[in-house]
Design a protein around this ligand. Structure first.
Ligand code: ASP
Ligand code: MG
Length: 415
């Protein structure tokens, strides 16, 4: 069981978490619980490290000490939950990353889990104790605390489940994965099931329910995953038209109802960079994207096409808003070598995507998307596709309109 920040936001909610944990135990199961920090806590800790100059220009980045500070929020909730369980008469103890241990690499602030030794944890659970684990953290081979990137408690939970050989229930403040953001489209529906691959696309395209890495891990180790609400008392009856079953994330083969499109995702964290009059010869893209990669700028969509003038090309690519200015500077720095005419940046754009494994075997999915957008007068700036998704870059002002139009076009309100 994994509980996110809003689920452990105060002692009242921690007590409800304890009741949910106890209900599982009374149903005869051994339980490992992974907790996040109380909501807002990690942001506060990060802000403190900023104030202390964690990575101030001109100083050596103190990334390892950053991790010591930001990992502390989870330790607090793990201790509080273990204490609460004990007070209910449930044997429990807290575990930090190094105590298990969860071995991570030394990429501080965005570390990846290398391995987990479940021996001690398993022994304690066999002895009847609930294991309450601080999420988001591991320990490097040389004994330093390392955190797994924002949202990393999801990954902790899936990794623990993989190590213990069990399923993973992610309890959160929504009751499952929706066809799109219900704040934008009130007709959004909860999905009973979604495939790992679709969930992975949804997560990386902007749906914030699960950390992308956690879905990758669940897929790689075949961990049965479920997303459900923690705001429900154990045994509470669902309201009319509701269920408390959450959304199951599983293999495509385990999904009976076949849909062509499962969801519509969007991201406003986009900026488009356009390069005009590039010389059309080998090595140009390699120089430009080589320089961006060296500076750790993550590039998403890339489109290049021939310009009308002989021997030149135009190119557009997208990066996160935060990286836009830096990307332009880097591109300008290679201008003398590459020799293009002009560069422009537009960060008033959004990316809207439709996702579904059914696209692999159905025609006309793109056509429906473009028709729906055209009928609302939404202009498409860039298009990119993969086997199971189509993304378009549009003017940010049309984000909601586009999401709603696409949600209706694929009949997602009638699932
Ligand atoms: N507390 C960490 C964060 O806010 C990790 C997590 O909650 O998943 O990013
Ligand atoms: Mg989260």
């Amino acid at each position: 069981m994994k509980f996110g920040g809003t689920s452990v936001a105060d002692l009242e909610r921690i007590r409800r978490v304890a009741r949910l944990v106890n209900a599982e135990r009374e149903a005869g199961r051994q339980v490992a619980v992974v907790v996040s920090a109380m909501s807002g806590k990690t942001n506060e800790l990060v802000a403190w490290t900023d104030g202390a100059g964690a990575a101030a220009p001109g100083l050596t980045p103190s990334d390892d000490e950053y991790d010591v500070v930001v990992a502390s929020g989870e330790q607090v909730t793990a201790g509080l939950l273990a204490m609460t369980l004990r007070n209910m008469g449930v044997p429990a103890r807290s575990w930090t990353g190094w105590q298990i241990p969860i071995i991570a690499d030394d990429a501080h602030g965005r570390a990846r889990i290398d391995e987990i030794d479940p021996t001690k944890l398993g022994a304690a659970m066999d002895g009847g104790e609930v294991a309450v684990i601080a999420g988001f953290q591991g320990v490097t081979r040389d004994g330093r605390i390392a955190t797994l990137g924002r949202g990393g408690s999801d990954t902790s939970a899936v990794a623990i489940a993989a190590a213990l050989g069990c399923g993973c229930d992610i309890y959160t403040d929504v009751d499952g994965v929706y066809t799109t953001d219900p704040r934008i489209e009130s007709k959004a529906r909860k999905l009973a099931r979604i495939s790992y691959e679709e969930m992975l696309e949804m997560a990386s395209l902007g749906a914030k329910v699960l950390q992308t890495r956690s879905v990758e891990l669940a897929m790689a180790y075949n961990v049965p995953l479920r997303v459900l609400s923690s705001f429900v008392e154990p045994g509470e009856a669902p309201g009319p038209g509701e269920d408390h079953l959450g959304t199951i994330v599983c293999d495509e083969e385990e999904i009976v109802e076949k849909r062509i499109v499962s969801g519509v995702a969007y991201s406003r964290d986009e900026a488009k960079i356009s390069l005009f009059g590039l010389p059309d010869h080998p090595g140009v893209s390699s120089t430009i994207f080589g320089a961006l990669a060296d500076a750790n700028v993550n590039v998403d969509m890339i489109v290049q096409s021939k310009a009308r003038t002989a021997d030149t090309a135009n190119m557009e690519f997208t990066v996160g808003k935060r990286d836009a200015q830096r990307a332009v500077e880097i591109v300008r720095s290679v201008q003398p070598t590459v020799g293009f005419e002009d560069v422009q940046v537009n960060d008033d754009v959004a990316k809207v995507s439709v996702i579904g494994v059914g696209m692999r075997s159905h025609t006309g999915v793109a056509k429906s998307m473009f028709e729906a957008l055209a009928s609302k007068g939404v202009n498409i700036q860039v298009i990119s596709t993969s086997e199971i998704k189509i993304s378009v870059l549009i003017d940010a002002a049309y984000t909601e309109l586009a999401v709603r139009a696409l949600h209706a076009a694929y009949g997602l309100d009638q699932l």
